[in-house]
Design a protein around this ligand. Sequence first.
Ligand SMILES: Nc1ncnc2c1ncn2[C@@H]1O[C@H](COP(=O)(O)OP(=O)(O)OP(=O)(O)O)[C@@H](O)[C@H]1O
Ligand SMILES: [Mg+2]
Length: 258
Amino acid sequence: MTNVPLLSVEGLTMRYGTRTGCADVSFDLHDGEVLAVVGESGSGKTTLLRLLAQELAPDAGRVRYRMRDGGVRDLATLDEAAQRLLARTEWGYIRQDATDGLRMSVSAGGNAGERLMAIGMRHYGQIRGAASDWLRRVEIDPARIDETPQSFSGGMRQRLQIARNLITEPRLVLMDEPTSGLDVSVQARLLDLVRGLVTELGLAIVIVTHDLAVARLLSHRMMVMRRGCVIETGLTDRVLDDPEAPYTQLLVSSVLAA
Ligand SMILES: Nc1ncnc2c1ncn2[C@@H]1O[C@H](COP(=O)(O)OP(=O)(O)OP(=O)(O)O)[C@@H](O)[C@H]1O
Ligand SMILES: [Mg+2]
C-alpha cells in the first residue's frame, strides 16, 4: 500500500455549450476506497464519470492516475493505445444505461469473456469457464450463457455489466447507478458481492447513486453534487448523520421522510 492516491482529480470543469456539466471538481481516491457521488438529476454525475474515463475532454482540470509501476500519469497525456489498455484491464465502467455498457448482439458469455481476450487469454474453454463462473457470481443462470442480453431483463443486464467489468479484477471501477431497477433482495446481494470485492481485491470505486442507503452501505466517503458543483464532501457517516450544507440536509431529510 502507498500513500499516493490511485486517482487524483483537480479542478475538472466542462460545459456543454452554455450549460454546466461539471464545475471545478477535485478529489483523491485511494486503493480500496469507495466514493459515493450523490445529487439530483442533472447535477453532473454522469458527466464527471465520463470525464474520469477520458470519454469527454475537460475545459479545465486534470485527472492523474497511479499506474501499476507506481508512476503517476496525467491521463490526458496517455496515447490512445495506452488509454484503451487501461480501460480494458485496470478500469471498469458500469454504465447508467446497460445498453451502452454491453454488446447487445453478443452472447452473455461473449460479453463477460471479452476483456479476458483483451488481456491475452486465448484458451476458449478457460474463457468460457471464467465467464460462466462470473455469471453465477452475479446470479445469472449460466445455462443462459449463449443468449444475448437482448433477452435479459434490466436487472440481468446490469448484473451482466458487472460481470463483464469485474472479470479482469480491475483496480478502479466507475459505477453509474448500478443497482437502480433491481429488486431489493438482488440489490442487497449485489452490494454484498461488490463489498467483498473491495476487501478481497482492494478495488477502488466511484459509485454514482441516488440511493443514500447504497451510499451508506458501500462507501467510505461521499460527495454531494448540485449543478455541476461539489456542495459537500466528507466521510459517509458524517455527511449522512450530520450534513453541513442546507442542500445535503434537505436531501437526507427528504429521503428519511419518504
Ligand atoms: N450530451 C449532452 N449535451 C448537452 N447537455 C448535456 C449532455 N449531457 C448532459 N448534459 C447536461 O449536463 C448537465 C449534467 O448532466 P449529467 O447527465 O451529468 O447529470 P446526472 O447527474 O448524471 O443526471 P441523472 O441523475 O439524471 O443521470 C445537465 O444539465 C444535462 O442536461
Ligand atoms: Mg446520470
